[in-house]
Write a protein that binds this ligand. Structure first.
Ligand code: PA5
Length: 427
């Protein structure tokens, strides 16, 4: 389903020592003995999802579609990027009016954004899905304070029927609020961290409300889970990807540029950046993840990638088949001198651009990884996201890092709280 190619020498990457290390990681992963193994709930989550759970998500999605034209999803980090990535990848570029418009909020603190959002939905029916595993994250909590008030002003007591809370089962300010107000509740499982939560209610509810097929998404993830559980390096693309990028990291390639030719994958790239950045960037180690969209960024960052500081590796996420395309036609006067392209489709152009760019960057000293996915639909996206999560766990363990915590995120929060004199942080 996914094919990984790379520019390096297979023998040098998969030494006996590396293969043994990968086998040990595989063993520790599946017997839940590695660092952070209390957060491995995502590993077999797709195959354990019950029909009852999926039905509840789908029923709730229908209820929201019936009561609203806009669902505002409030969350930050792993509590919004998975849903955003899948919805952006699947929805059309312009005709976004699927079943219902899904708008994200609480992922930044812009007064203008929130104000304009409330103005925008003034003549529309609104529902709210607030998502926070901890239930205490400041940015979504702030946005929710405004939006909850907005809904109560508009709908009075009936606002409670339009607010859906996805949070921890047992703790957090959001849970207490949800209980007090009697909001509909979904659970973020204890053993699934934010950036690994796209297949839980965190991702599934907004995706289903947007009108996409969550059963197919889960089927794809399940297939990925089943196919990638083994440790044979010859046929496990998740292990190949992790091992190749680790080998390159050891050679001094400390930044990974994830490139695509599909603008609709921009948020899959954002999701990937969070997944890898937050999972690996610890103890002064880790590959710094960045992303580019080609050919757009060949006219900006392309210069640096070709010719700048040589600590970059590049991974291309290539979609082999597209369902919509255009073919270059023969123009009578050929004034733009493009007739030499007649008969070529734009997808074919991009695939040539891929080859050309990849070769140019390779000869400029940027090692290459190719990740090939057949197409973009729910099923293949489910497969891809699970693939990236699994590869991330291998990759972090190769660095001897716990992939599932994020201690570094606390530092900035504490500083802000001190400056704001949050109770308990005054000193
Ligand atoms: O991956 C993570 O754990 C984080 O990015 C969280 O998702 C993010 O900080 C939001 O946390 P919460 O869901 O507790 O509001």
């Amino acid at each position: 389903m996914i094919k990984v190619t790379y520019s390096g020498d297979r023998e040098a990457i998969f030494t006996d020592e590396r293969i043994n290390q990968l086998k040990e990681i595989n063993h520790n992963l599946y017997t839940k003995q590695g660092a952070g193994s209390e957060f491995l709930g995502w590993l077999d989550w797709p195959s354990n999802i019950s029909d009852e759970f999926l039905n509840r998500i789908q029923e709730t999605a229908k209820e929201i579609q019936n009561q609203a034209n806009v669902l505002i999803v409030v969350g930050i980090g792993g509590s919004y990027l998975g849903a955003k990535a899948v919805i952006e990848a699947l929805q059309p570029y312009f005709e976004k009016n699927h079943e219902l418009e899904v708008i994200f909020a609480g992922h930044q603190v812009s007064g203008a954004y929130l104000k304009q959002l409330m103005d925008y939905v003034e003549d529309k029916e609104v529902a709210l899905n607030v998502i926070s595993k901890s239930g205490t994250t400041t940015e979504p909590a702030l946005a929710f304070r405004f939006l909850q008030q907005y809904l109560e002003d508009r709908y009075g007591e009936a606002a409670a029927n339009r607010i859906y809370v996805t949070t921890d089962e047992n703790k957090g300010a959001l849970l207490n609020l949800a209980k007090e107000k009697g909001y509909n509740r979904f659970v973020v499982p204890d053993d699934v961290g934010g950036r690994y939560s796209v297949f839980t209610a965190v991702g599934l509810l907004p995706i289903a409300v947007a009108g996409f097929d969550i059963e197919q998404l889960i089927q794809g993830a399940k297939q990925s889970e089943t196919e990638l559980a083994h440790v044979d390096v010859e046929s496990n693309p998740a292990i190949q990807y992790a091992a190749v990028r680790h080998q390159l990291y050891e050679q001094g390639y400390t930044n990974e540029v994830l490139a695509t030719f599909e603008p609709k994958l921009a948020y899959v790239q954002e999701w990937w950046m969070q997944l890898y950045g937050e999972s690996e960037g610890k103890d002064q180690k880790g590959i710094f993840p960045v992303s580019v969209i080609y050919t757009t960024d060949l006219h900006s960052l392309g210069q640096y990638i070709q010719d700048g500081k040589r600590d970059l590796l590049e991974s291309f996420l290539i979609i082999d088949e597209v369902d919509e395309d255009l073919e270059v036609f023969e123009a009578e006067n050929n004034a733009d001198q493009l007739n030499y392209l007649a008969g070529l489709s734009l997808h074919e152009f991009n695939m040539v651009a891929y080859q050309g760019t990849s070769n140019a960057h390779l000869s400029g000293g940027v090692p290459q990884i190719g990740i090939h996915l057949k197409q973009i639909d729910e099923y293949h996206l489910g497969y891809l996201l699970y693939f990236y999560m699994l590869a991330c766990a291998y990759s972090a363990y190769l660095l001897d890092i716990n992939p599932f915590n994020q201690p570094g995120v606390e530092e900035y929060k504490t500083n802000i709280f001190k400056l704001l004199k949050k109770p308990g942080y005054e000193d």
